[in-house]
Design a protein around this ligand. Structure first.
Ligand SMILES: [Fe+2]
Length: 258
């Protein structure tokens, strides 16, 4: 049975949480979505609190993924150990709290979500995401029907290389972290649906979520300030993947709604 998977780009601050609370359930209905995965590592600007994670679940996210800022809010550590549907990069050191993959049963299918972090200008000290994902695919092959991977990485090249690595073995691969949506969604010959970066869910009138005046001043060298989130012109960005019973993706489209 066909399955529609909505993937939500980095949820950024209060603006991101609020627009999801207002719009996500109606978007689920509109697109006939069976499963939602959202990257939540910027829900608090840097990091995510347990209350914000619960807010994301209530808004309609089934699984939350994280990234380089995943542990910035210390109180999230115990939550990661207790909550099965929030995952942090699987290739983080073994001492990290939480889990790097999870399996979610929808009414139609069993979906394995794997979170990885890149190693180019991000994720220093992380194990190879390529070897890590191989081991997780092997371990979960008989436990899930569809494999969905969030590769939280800076370099477009590293994310694209991962697509070639996973084609034929996973159904969905999306990149997160840059907060800028790429226009390169495609389906690989082996049935992998891919987009380099989902973009950002938060204030579109901003510099990747931050008040643009502060970011501009920073880059001009005028001042060093603690960045504040922008709330202007909120927008949801992500991608919608259609996956068949055999786990292969047959359609992918970008989503960007205000
Ligand atoms: Fe990030």
């Amino acid at each position: 049975m066909q399955c529609k998977i909505l993937t939500i780009g980095d949820v950024c601050g209060r603006a991101g949480l609020d627009i999801l609370r207002r719009r996500l359930w109606s978007l689920r209905k509109f697109y006939g979505v069976d499963f939602v995965v959202a990257n939540g590592e910027n829900a608090a600007g840097n990091g995510i609190t347990p209350a914000q994670a619960r807010e994301l679940f209530d808004a309609g996210a089934d699984v939350i993924t994280l990234g380089n800022h995943g542990l910035h809010k210390r109180e999230i550590a115990a939550f990661l150990d207790d909550e099965p549907y929030i995952v942090r990069p699987a290739n983080w050191p073994g001492s990290a709290p939480g889990i790097g993959s999870t399996i979610y049963d929808t009414a139609k299918t069993r979906i394995c979500v794997i979170n990885l972090i890149g190693r180019v200008d991000i994720g220093f000290g992380a194990a190879s995401p390529f070897e890590t994902v191989d081991a997780l695919l092997e371990k979960n092959r008989s436990k899930a029907d569809v494999f969905v991977v969030d590769f939280h990485a800076e370099a477009t090249s590293e994310k694209c290389a991962m697509a070639y690595h996973l084609d034929g073995r996973a159904g969905v691969l999306f990149g997160t972290h840059t907060h800028v949506q790429t226009a390169d969604e495609r389906i690989f010959p082996g049935g992998l649906g891919f987009i380099t970066d989902l973009g950002m869910t938060g204030a579109s009138d901003s510099v990747i979520g931050v008040k643009w005046e502060q970011s501009l001043a920073y880059f001009r060298g005028d001042m060093l300030v603690r960045f504040e989130e922008s709330a202007r012109a909120p927008r949801i960005q992500g991608a919608l993947f259609t996956v068949e019973e055999d786990g292969r993706c047959t359609a992918v489209e970008r989503v960007s709604v205000e």
